[in-house]
Design a protein around this ligand. Structure first.
Ligand SMILES: Cc1ncc(COP(=O)(O)O)c(C=O)c1O
Length: 450
């Protein structure tokens, strides 16, 4: 298995040939043939037994049977949930990270990789206006990043604050589901702040705290810079000011929308982010990285170290030199893939301006789509897009109509665009992210609602 023998040579040829073809697809097709669990089980039956199989046979099962049953998140026709659009440079470098087993646990083991990752974190921190002392690490996704950051918020509150039996965190109504899961896992409760138009504001937060019977149990407030469902950026400056007044940890969840920091046309929406105690953004979303990659930044990384550093005698050596940066000390993980490297490579190859342009393209498409929706009498725009998510309704349609429309679009390989809900009503939703999604695709999708 570890020798370079004839089988290895065969796999190098055929797997790399497949990877090469995949990389050259332009555009990436949608795929996503519906399959029942029993069909898939029949396709793979017998492969995992004691004896091995010819690699080309196994690869064939994957390429012709399994891969088509996966909707390509990196297709420009993938317009649901939050799509992906990794650059070719990032995908290629991701292969290199795998082939070289590049880990990024400690400076002792992986100084080169960690240096490059930290330069990317610095670039993001600068865009956010965080101080020179800010730092963190890359983790697997926004959920892991939110969990790691809010664990630090809670532990910091314990040290600084009064004796509290159960800590709470103020959140907007549209905070991501991972925040609510995080609170449950950390045995904290939410103070849900009701807001106008789903946007958490400083005024709403202040009013909620003033009306609350137990404000001293609040450890933190979470603002979202780009809600998942509607792409709304909370009033970060207002929330930051209240957090400062009331001694709360200010966490900004920018898993989806944090990339907008690179887009001049919307940068003003992020004013106040520079006050964040912790901030996350998922490069596997709108910073064009492969899955899975989230950037986690702390204003004061020393606080994170006190919470996340793992204490084991065999790890003492990685902590011998206090000036060395160990990504493992900044989140709930130990072993970690150096998943920031593909972004580093791609940024260095293409330049930051190319990222700005690609992000602006999706924002522009969202604006054009909103304008197009306004011109069609049978459609109704739910709200003007802050970023690149567009919510709209087809007048007269009920939930079954949206499902039929979306199913048909996928069946015909036109688009993946599942409906969502807005204030209890099923509505349609575009999530734009891929810079090569053409406006003609939007027109075709809207035409199919007429
Ligand atoms: C605002 C926000 N926060 C957190 C997450 C969770 O991120 P992940 O799916 O990478 O765990 C998402 C995912 O869409 C998100 O949009």
């Amino acid at each position: 298995m570890h020798d370079v023998d004839a089988t290895t040579e065969q796999m190098i040829r055929s797997v790399l040939a497949y990877a090469e073809n995949r990389l050259r697809l332009d555009p990436v097709p949608l795929d996503g043939v519906p399959r029942e669990p029993a069909d898939l089980a029949a396709m793979t039956r017998g492969l995992l037994d004691d004896a091995g199989h010819n690699p080309d046979q196994v690869l064939g099962v994957y390429t012709s049977l399994l891969a088509p049953a996966v909707i390509s998140a990196d297709s420009p026709r993938f317009l649901g949930f939050i799509p992906a659009a990794p650059t070719k440079a990032a995908l290629l470098f991701d292969m290199l990270v795998s082939c070289a087993s590049i880990q990024g646990i400690s400076w002792l083991e992986a100084a080169g990789a960690i240096h490059a990752e930290n330069e990317v974190l610095r670039l993001i921190a600068d865009r956010a206006g965080l101080p020179a002392s800010a730092g963190g690490c890359f983790v697997s996704g926004g959920s892991a990043a939110n969990l790691s950051a809010l664990a630090v918020a809670r532990e910091t509150a314990k040290v600084r604050g009064p004796e509290v039996r159960r800590w709470r965190v103020a959140v907007g109504t549209d905070a991501h589901s991972s925040i609510i899961n995080t609170l449950r896992m950390l045995e904290m409760d939410a103070l849900t702040v009701q807001t106008d138009d789903h946007r958490l504001t400083g005024d709403a937060l202040r009013a909620a705290i003033d009306a609350d019977g137990d404000p001293s149990s609040l450890a933190a407030v979470v603002a979202t810079s780009g809600t998942t469902n509607a792409g709304i950026v909370d009033d970060l400056a207002g929330v930051a000011a209240v957090a400062r007044d009331r001694g709360l940890w200010f966490h900004v969840d920018g898993a989806y929308g944090g990339a907008g920091l690179f887009a001049p046309s919307v940068r003003h929406r992020y004013d106040g982010i520079e006050h964040a105690d912790s901030f996350i953004v998922d490069p596997h979303k709108w910073l064009f990285s492969p899955f899975d990659c989230a950037a986690l930044l702390y204003r004061d990384p020393a606080l994170a170290r006190t919470v996340h550093t793992q204490d084991a005698s065999y790890l003492d050596v990685i902590h011998d030199e206090p000036s060395e940066w160990n990504p493992t000390d900044y989140a709930y993980h130990l072993t970690r893939r150096a998943r920031g490297l593909p972004l580093w490579f791609s940024l260095a190859v293409h330049g930051v301006q190319a990222y700005t342009d690609a992000i602006e393209t999706a924002i522009g498409l969202a604006r054009d789509t909103a304008a197009e929706i306004r011109t069609r009498p049978y459609l109704d725009l739910v709200r003007d897009p802050d970023l690149a998510v567009v919510l709209f309704r087809r007048t007269g349609w009920g939930p079954a109509d949206y499902t039929r429309w979306a199913d048909r679009l996928l069946e015909d390989q036109v688009a993946f665009i599942p409906p969502t809900a807005w204030e209890g009503e099923v509505v349609a939703r575009f999530a734009f992210l891929h810079p090569n999604t053409p406006v003609s695709l939007v027109t075709e999708i809207l035409d199919r609602m007429a």
